[in-house]
Design a binder for this molecule. Structure first.
Ligand SMILES: [Zn+2]
Ligand SMILES: [Zn+2]
Length: 338
């Protein structure tokens, strides 16, 4: 099968992924083999490709926002049959026995495996997934569903962790694939949403998706104003944005960071920015319950992703555009086109 393979992490500008012909994976008893239709491009893939996340295998095929059809089932698989449309997400396996797994926090499992990092992922024509970690999807075409599998699910967990007051005001800092789904979800759940970005086209999209307010950052000094957000989610992987977000959050509010990697957060002035029972939190992966809840909500509320689709062979270019902040919405690879 065709796949985009990473042998050694390097700057995305050097095109570290190479298009290769490799053997398709063989599903184990509890796994399904999926013919990949579309695979979304996530910032975590960039961290894998550039080595911010240290390699855990000699080579890897990235990709964990996978939509495709079941092509083969292992002997123990019961929930899926050949031809079913399924989604394969980031969380690939948990141990089921550790203190985290036994207390409903499998996202923190010490032995968890990730699709497209610990195991080969969806920048390929075929991928395998454990039956228990593969999902049925709401109606929709594969390209628009792909970003739900990580951008959507992780954003949903961030929203839950942000604990906004009912009907409260939530800020979204950095407006990429995850924010554009999470803002839509928050708006439809009755929250007032504020989008912050350096990119005017991101803010245009935010307005279309229901943002109550948009704030252009970075170019000009903004007039300082009293904190007015109940909580904030920081999608930009830059530590200084956490401080920026804290300055906008009212007493009792939370700043949540759904990033697997981030630059160092500068010193925080406690009296002004953290006192008043403000909190800072992170999001580490997600549980299967988060995934099910989000996919159900996304179907019921008719969430729509904004995507640009390109061929599998252009994975390097898609990741480069993501890094440069040139994407509006999410990039998706067509894995049937190579
Ligand atoms: Zn565990
Ligand atoms: Zn992801």
């Amino acid at each position: 099968m065709k796949a985009m393979v990473l042998h050694r992490p390097a700057s995305i500008e050097t095109h570290p992924l190479t298009l290769e012909d490799v053997d398709p994976p063989d599903p184990r008893e509890n796994e399904v083999l999926v013919r990949v239709d579309k695979c979304g491009v996530c910032r975590t893939d960039l961290h894998v490709v550039e080595g911010d996340l240290p390699p855990v295998r000699p080579s890897v095929i990235p990709g964990h926002e996978i939509v495709g059809r079941v092509a083969r089932v292992g002997s123990e698989v019961q929930r899926f049959s050949i031809g079913d449309v399924v989604g394969v997400p980031w969380l690939h396996h948990t141990c089921g026995r550790c203190e985290y797994c036994l207390t409903g926090r499998e996202n923190l499992c010490e032995q968890k495996l990730f699709t497209g990092y610990s195991t080969n992922g969806g920048y390929a024509e075929y991928v395998t997934g454990e039956e228990a970690f593969v999902f049925r999807l709401p109606p929709g075409d594969a390209a628009h569903l792909a970003p739900f599998l990580c951008a959507g699910i992780i954003g949903y967990r961030a929203l839950k962790r942000a604990l906004p007051q009912p009907g409260g005001r939530i800020g979204f800092f950095g407006f990429g694939g995850s924010a554009h789904l999470t803002l839509q979800l928050a708006a439809r759940l009755g929250y007032a949403t504020v989008a912050y970005s350096r990119n005017p086209s991101h803010l245009e999209l935010a307005t279309k998706l229901g943002a109550a307010e948009t704030v252009l950052t970075g170019r000009t000094e903004r007039a300082s104003r009293a904190p007015h957000l109940d909580s904030a989610i920081v999608f930009a992987p830059a530590g200084e944005v956490v401080v920026e977000a804290l300055a906008e959050v009212k007493k009792g509010g939370a700043v949540v960071v759904p990033a697997i990697h981030m630059t160092t957060i500068p010193p925080i002035e406690y009296d002004r920015l953290l006192f008043g029972e403000r909190t800072i939190g992170s999001v580490e992966a997600n549980t299967r319950a988060d995934a099910l809840e989000f996919l159900t909500l996304a179907g019921r509320l008719g969430l729509e992703s904004t995507v640009s689709v390109r061929p599998l062979s252009e994975a390097n270019e898609a990741l480069r555009d993501l890094r440069r902040g040139d994407l509006t919405g999410a990039a998706v690879l067509d894995c049937t086109s190579s």
